[in-house]
Design a protein around this ligand. Structure first.
Ligand SMILES: [Zn+2]
Length: 388
């Protein structure tokens, strides 16, 4: 792409640093070249096309750390994925990715699909033949025979773990997903608070992944599975619902401390429609997040888009939820840009508007550092220097 200057009332270079006012971003060849005062950059680069967005904020493109591009929101994925035609699923993946990009989401981590569909799409995006967000993909999650999401094709016994992980590396996948607990989507499998693999098996998954240089994402709803995931040394804990064996919630301080000390980052995923939840349920959920925050457990933003919980066309419910928890807009922004990039191994690729990183940026009306709802008003989305 030719060089371009994109200016706004404000530029968020790094969500954890003060923004620059009346600033511009110079991009060329898909990367950020420099960021500085608009007057200076326009004077220094008179030949470059200037896209001015007065009253707007320019910020790094958003990252959704937990999606399922092949799933249809509000449809039972078991028959949908088991029976769907390959070409139909491929079109579904592309449609969902396009919706995410239009909403300003320039990177996604897909944590479960079938037949390497998302990996194929990722490669098309990377080659430039298709527009879409940058994709990291786990392929089929590891699960015991008949376990949670078995229908995605990742069933494995303990003695097959090493080969299954090696096969994922050989297939060029980006992350190993392991189902440490049951879930809601597989009525015939273990329940949400139940564990699926024992600790030595989870440790084997992590060891095998380390050998091939892949991170591990553990699906863990229940407190026991969260504890096992932390002990096994996984990189991210998905959902982290703190369910107890009795079906209620089990906020275990010792487990929270262990999780925080493990360095794992959590990706809670339940936000959809939160303003309409029963007041008691909402207050309990918010309080649980505040409790986890007080223990210093890191969080990045993901909404489980496709799995009935999250939509593809915005991260709105997730972002406003964290504000309701008590985070500042800057903290919310960091958890869906720079901190997320760092946690997903993309810190030297995206998440900040600094020289050399990808020109993944978003222009929104207003100031998301004052009100995150501004993120729902994208004016321009640019992924690796290409306008969406
Ligand atoms: Zn999921």
């Amino acid at each position: 792409m030719d060089a371009a200057l994109i200016s706004g009332r404000r530029v968020v270079v790094d969500a954890e640093r003060p923004p620059l006012d009346h600033a511009a971003v110079l991009v060329a060849d898909g990367a950020v070249v420099t960021v500085g005062p608009t007057a200076e950059l326009t004077a220094a680069h008179p030949e470059v096309v200037h896209h001015a967005f007065p009253g707007c904020t320019v910020l790094p493109g958003l990252i959704d750390a937990h999606v399922h591009l092949a799933f249809e929101v509000d449809r039972d994925p078991v028959p949908a994925l088991r029976d769907a035609d390959h070409d139909v699923l491929r079109a579904t993946v592309a449609d969902h990715a396009a919706a995410m990009l239009a909403a300003g989401i320039t990177s996604v981590r897909d944590l479960g699909d079938r037949d390497g569909l998302v990996a194929a799409f990722r490669d098309e995006v990377a080659s430039g033949s298709v527009r879409g967000p940058r994709v990291l993909t786990a392929g089929a999650p590891l699960t015991p025979p008949g376990g949670h999401c078995w229908f995605l094709g990742g069933e494995v016994e303990r003695d097959g773990i090493r080969a299954a992980v090696a096969a994922r590396a050989a297939a060029g996948l980006d992350v190993v997903k392991v189902m440490a607990s049951g879930g809601m989507m597989t009525p015939t499998g273990p329940g949400i608070a139940d564990t699926q693999f024992d600790l030595p098996t989870l440790q084997l998954v992590v060891a095998a992944a380390r050998e091939v240089g892949l991170p591990v994402a553990a699906h863990a709803h229940g407190t026991t599975s969260i504890a096992m995931a932390a002990r096994a040394g996984v990189d991210t804990v998905e959902h982290a619902g703190w369910y107890g064996a009795d079906g209620g919630r089990n906020r275990d301080d010792a487990v929270a401390e262990e999780l925080a000390a493990s360095g794992a980052v959590t990706v809670p995923t339940r936000f959809r429609g939160w303003p309409d939840w029963p007041a008691e349920e909402l207050e309990a959920a918010l309080d649980r997040q505040r409790w986890a925050d007080a223990h210093g457990i890191p969080v990045i933003v993901g909404n489980d888009a496709g799995a009935g919980r999250g939509r593809f066309d915005d991260l709105h419910d997730a972002l406003t939820y964290y504000v309701e928890v008590g985070w500042t807009p800057a903290q919310v922004l960091a958890a869906t840009t720079c901190r997320s990039a760092d946690a997903l191994g993309l810190g030297d690729v995206t998440g900040r508007l600094v020289p050399g990183l990808a020109a993944d940026l978003l222009v929104v009306d207003g100031d998301p550092l004052a009100d995150v709802r501004a993120l729902a008003r994208p004016r321009l989305v640019c992924a690796r220097g290409r306008w969406a």
